[in-house]
Design a protein around this ligand. Structure first.
Ligand code: APR
Ligand code: PHB
Length: 394
């Protein structure tokens, strides 16, 4: 066993939450070490969402990792909601004083943060095995792990659980100390990435009797499409041809005719789940991002919530080290959860509005029809969607 090493903040997880927290702490002169169980390439291989709120973009810019995002990101000022054979544009900017969203893949955000961490020469242990955390309920937090066959112990002041939904931190919290609120939807999203020009200049969210569909993008030459599928669907059961035929059946004829198909670069199925673990702090352990909450991707909130949590947590940790104040640390969980629940509500609403679930039933389908008709005609309803989609204030 090597001699225990020491740092101020041990960060578990090198996804967007862990990497951004590491950058904000390094920027403030606070020592931190990231422990990541997978390889760098594996982390970068995961295809996730691609919509950044303006607030998230500003946080990334202030962290010094917004350059490529500003150069390559696509600024969007509206989205389309398609139903009943037509498309209805929702103006995002008009009702929100000019706000929009930036289309920029999570993979790119992660790459930019990794590049920055390398430039900062800040330590990350990739392929760290058997990561375990303890002592966070007292004043002696520590993490233990195996790296390249050698056992390590890392002493720290705080542990940041940025290890996602399947991580080790949330389960390390004493039984019964967590309040879990969860809804698992009876469907999944089958996603396909391809080098083809997007079918439309803005995103199209489709409600159709055969199931939800989404037409998105990563660049003017790279598109991302989704089909609602059965929960636990096997992506390999879907040939490219089957995917394109099903997507065309869910699109209106004009959009289907404009669709440019091509070979898939990636195909995967994501589950639909709403999940919140409260509180997000246990002594000297703080949870951030997917480690604490999950939203169905319909509202494009997962990455933005992770960035918002980290913004609050970094502020609190910097205040602690610079002013020896616990105020921000004590307020972190409540402050983050207030914003998380607004995003949970919006993501649940968008998901319920646009998906056809087996147990939906006729009454719920008629409610969907009524809600969509109201959304198409009411500027107030459109404004409510717009202000949630572009992101509520941090
Ligand atoms: N030890 C170390 N690292 C771990 C462990 C562990 N026991 N368990 C998980 N990890 C790592 C994962 O390999 C992953 O790289 O923690 C990281 C968590 O990253 P994410 O799951 O991306 O979560 P987060 O950083 O909160 O970002 C949330 O990512 O999954 C998307 O939709 C989600 O957009 C949202 C964003
Ligand atoms: C994506 O481009 O991956 C994406 C966009 C919007 C969503 C979900 C996913 O709501």
């Amino acid at each position: 066993m090597t001699r225990p090493a020491r740092t101020q903040v041990a960060i578990i997880g090198s996804g967007p939450a862990g990497l951004l927290l590491g950058r904000l702490l390094t920027q403030a002169g606070i020592d931190n070490i990231i422990l990541e169980r997978r390889s760098k390439d594996h982390v970068l291989s995961r295809i996730r969402a691609g919509v950044l709120e303006e607030g998230s973009a500003r946080i990334l810019e202030d962290a010094g990792v917004g350059g490529r995002m500003r150069e390559e990101g696509l600024v969007h000022h509206g989205i389309d909601i398609a139903f009943g054979g037509g498309r209805h544009r929702i103006d995002l900017s008009g009702p929100t004083g000019g706000k929009g969203v930036i289309i920029y893949g999570q993979t790119e955000v992660t790459q930019d943060l990794m590049d920055r961490r390398e430039a900062d020469d800040a330590p990350t242990f990739y392929e760290a095995e058997d990561v375990a955390i303890s002592g966070f309920d007292r004043h002696m937090p520590e993490t233990r792990f195996i790296h390249e066959g050698r056992a390590h112990t890392l002493l720290c002041d705080f542990i940041a659980g940025c290890d996602g939904f399947h991580g080790v931190c949330r389960p390390s919290v004493p039984q019964g100390a967590l309040d879990i609120a969860e809804r698992v939807y009876p469907a999944g999203w089958l996603g396909l990435l391809c080098e083809t020009p997007p079918v439309s200049g803005e995103l199209i969210y489709v409600r159709h009797g055969r199931g939800f569909a989404l037409c998105s993008m990563r660049s003017p030459t790279r598109s991302r499409y989704y089909l609602q599928c059965a929960a636990g669907e096997d992506a390999t059961a879907w040939s490219d041809e089957r995917f394109w035929e099903e997507l065309k059946r869910r699109l209106d004829p004009e959009t289907a005719a404009a669709l440019v198909t091509g070979p898939s670069i990636e195909k995967s199925v994501a589950p639909l789940r709403s999940f919140v673990a409260e509180p997000m702090r246990f002594g000297r352990l703080f949870l951030a991002g997917d480690a604490a909450h999950i939203v169905p991707p319909t509202g494009a909130k997962g990455l933005n919530l992770a960035i918002g949590d980290v913004h609050y947590l970094a502020e609190a940790l910097i205040e602690y080290y610079q002013e020896r104040s616990q105020r921000g640390l004590e307020a972190y969980s409540e402050r983050a959860l207030a914003r998380i629940w607004q995003a949970e509500r919006f993501s649940w609403w968008m998901t319920s509005l646009l998906h056809s679930f087996a147990d939906t039933g006729r009454f719920a389908q008629k409610l969907q029809d009524a809600e969509l008709a109201y959304l198409a005609d009411s500027r107030a309803a459109q404004a409510a969607l717009a202000e949630n989609y572009v992101g509520l204030p941090l």
